[in-house]
Design a protein around this ligand. Structure first.
Ligand code: C5P
Length: 234
């Protein structure tokens, strides 16, 4: 069995992939299925955590022991994650969040009889993971100057990064830029990560080691993440 080392801890996990509407029937999306996020939610619940799972466009059976909030767009995911994170010990951003969204959402379906297709102008989405890190940095220290690691909520922030090249160098830069404590770096590409039952990854620890996780079930990677999180909780 699993250790109950997350008992009494509140954790938030985002899963799946956000969709950005072009018109009422079309969207810009990505290939994330939510399997890794659901594995994280399931294993955290099994280790005793109170889990809020923010699921973006996931078609999987509900994992046992997690409260699910369903969202579609990045704006909705952001609202749900920030609300649930206010009193959370741990936030894990496993969702594939759209970096851009169409500037305008058409109220009516765009028809090919409307003439030549117009360009879709994209605007940048807010970076939720970076925002969580910034919020925590800006938060007043617990107590009167007695700040210690893990004193400010969320105590541990975990990001995911899918990289196709220069995986470790890009991962280290991203960890620093986003202000998270752990970054799970996946190599993506043909047959890797998206929609598969298994995953291989490197977990980068802020100011520290890189933990290699060999290819295996997504639950195994989830348990390695929770092992690293649990030792960082006061
Ligand atoms: O910058 P990049 O998209 O590679 O970063 C991936 C990590 O950042 C994931 O943890 C993802 O959930 C998070 N992210 C986010 N908001 C965005 C884009 C990514 O929280 N707009």
């Amino acid at each position: 069995g699993r250790p109950r080392d997350l008992a009494g801890r509140k954790v938030v996990v985002s899963a799946g992939g956000t969709r950005e509407a072009i018109d009422p029937v079309r969207f810009i999306g990505n290939r994330s299925t939510g399997l890794q996020g659901y594995a994280l939610a399931k294993t955290a619940a099994a280790r005793g955590a109170e889990v809020t799972l923010v699921a973006a466009n996931v078609a999987l059976p509900d994992p046992a022991g997690a409260a699910i909030v369903r969202v579609e767009s990045t704006a909705q995911l952001r609202e749900a994650v920030l609300a649930a994170s206010a009193d959370a010990d741990v936030v894990v951003m496993a969702a594939a969040v759209a970096d851009f969204r169409p500037e305008t959402r058409h109220d009516a379906k765009i028809k090919k009889t409307d003439g030549e297709p117009e360009a879709i102008r994209l605007v940048k989405n807010p970076d939720i993971l970076a925002e969580l890190g910034e919020r925590r940095r800006a938060a007043p220290a617990a107590g009167n100057g007695s700040e210690r690691p893990g004193a400010v909520l969320p105590r541990v922030i975990v990001g995911f990064a899918a990289e196709t090249h220069d995986v470790l160098a890009n991962g280290q830069a991203k960890l620093a830029r986003k202000g998270c404590d752990l970054l799970v770096v996946n190599q993506v590409g043909e047959g890797l990560a998206f929609g598969t039952a298994g995953n291989a990854a490197t977990v980068l620890v802020a100011g520290g080691e890189a933990v290699e996780v060999p290819f295996g079930p997504k639950e195994d990677l989830a348990d390695v993440v929770w092992d690293l999180v649990a030792v960082r909780l006061p």
